[in-house]
Design a binder for this molecule. Structure first.
Ligand code: MG
Length: 384
């Protein structure tokens, strides 16, 4: 079966990555055999109707909501995590994992173990479950193509150069809406301001993570597990225009850069068509319309980035702790229970409190995740 006739499963189908994936599938004429989302609401019904032969799974929702979905969709509906994992294990499929949160890890492991191609947008799979995913990939099962724009860029660059020629990876960061502000100027920022991302349009957690630079920290950890490169050889460079999606420095000092317009449809489509490429109906990048600028990250104003390096170097379960603490802190910020500067404070305290060994299974990752969440929740309140 050629890749482009391979059926597609979309997990997190109602989210920002999921919807764009389905739009691309429609344009490329790919068959969608499974869609899954957490909430069995009207959005999922709408997608189910648009894909009348696809299996439909909802992992959450009340009894009434689930019944309503069953009435609207019929026999092809399934509920709960087991049904979602069944979709992820569908043979000879490309599985796009756009689930938000640590629950995405088990789906990733299941898809890879079944020998599927995994288009990965779920950060937690590699951040919290890096050692587990690494183990599956190293055993030769499955194929992982990153969907995050920076990692897609690095994946493309690294496929052009022998590993021995690579000196370091350079991840670019937009710097978020608060770039250039000092730490004390960040104390009073509001949720609304933090949700206003200058270049990318994304879900709520990742947008806040971009404002704190925790997102870039998570991406450094992802790159470490994805490309098997030491933390000392991964750098972050702030590039507000988000045109250069990442760079690779070679041993002779040459830099290879990946440039493109900041639109997630490009890396998503690449994950579906790789090693082939297809046209994307977007205006090509015009380099004459603006300037490209670069600056070092301010880790004093945005300590979440430095904390991610620390968690990564500490290794073991620390990246999973970092991720869980950040998720809890961001949720608290979004609901007005924590100030913006409290986010890295909660991460730091949780990292110090929860000392976790390297997880070997999904269950061990989830155990660390639970312990870290509990610790993080106890530190919410009373911050800046
Ligand atoms: Mg990214």
């Amino acid at each position: 079966m050629t890749l482009l006739s391979r059926p597609l499963v979309v997990l997190g189908a109602t989210g920002s990555i999921g919807r764009r994936t389905l739009e691309i599938a429609r344009r490329l004429g790919l068959e969608v055999v499974g869609i899954a989302a957490r909430t069995p609401g009207p959005e999922l019904v709408e997608l189910a109707n648009a894909h009348p032969t696809s299996r439909v799974v909802a992992t959450g929702g009340s009894r009434d909501e689930r019944e309503a979905l069953r009435r609207a969709v019929g026999d092809r509906v399934g509920f709960g995590m087991d049904s979602l994992l069944e979709l992820a294990a569908s043979p000879d499929t490309t599985v796009v994992n756009g689930i938000v949160g640590a629950t995405g890890l088990e789906a990733s492991v299941t898809a890879l173990t079944a020998g599927n191609r995994l288009g990965l947008a779920n950060k937690e799979s590699l951040v919290a479950g890096g050692p587990v995913i690494r183990r599956v990939l190293d055993s030769g099962r499955g194929e992982l193509i990153p969907i995050d724009s920076e990692h897609s860029a690095l994946f493309q660059l690294l496929s052009e150069v022998p590993a021995g020629h690579v000196d370091r990876l350079i991840l670019t960061a937009s710097g978020g809406p608060f770039r250039g502000r000092r730490r004390e100027e960040l104390e009073e920022v509001t949720v609304e301001e933090a949700l206003r991302h200058p270049t990318w349009e994304m879900g709520r957690r990742i947008t806040i993570d971009s404002a704190t630079l925790a997102n870039k920290g998570l991406e450094v950890i992802e790159a470490h597990y994805l490309f098997d490169v030491a933390y000392d050889r991964i750098e972050v460079l702030v590039h507000p225009q988000s045109i250069v999606h990442s760079l690779v420095r070679l041993v002779d000092g040459s830099l290879l850069a990946h440039l493109g317009i900041p639109d997630m449809r490009i890396p998503i489509q690449y994950a579906l068509t790789y090693p082939d490429r297809r046209k994307v109906p977007l205006e090509p990048l015009d380099l004459t319309v603006g300037r490209l600028t670069f600056e070092p990250p301010d880790t004093e104003a945005f300590p979440a980035l430095a904390l991610a390096y620390e968690a990564g170097r500490r290794g073991g379960g620390s990246p999973a702790v970092y991720n869980a603490a950040d998720e809890v802190a961001v949720e608290a910020f979004l609901t007005g229970r924590l100030g913006f500067c409290g986010i890295p404070e909660v991460i730091e305290r949780t990292l110090d409190a929860v000392d976790a060994p390297e997880p070997k299974t999904v269950e061990e990752v989830l155990e660390i995740d639970r312990a870290a969440r509990e610790a993080a929740a106890s530190y919410i309140g009373g911050h800046c």
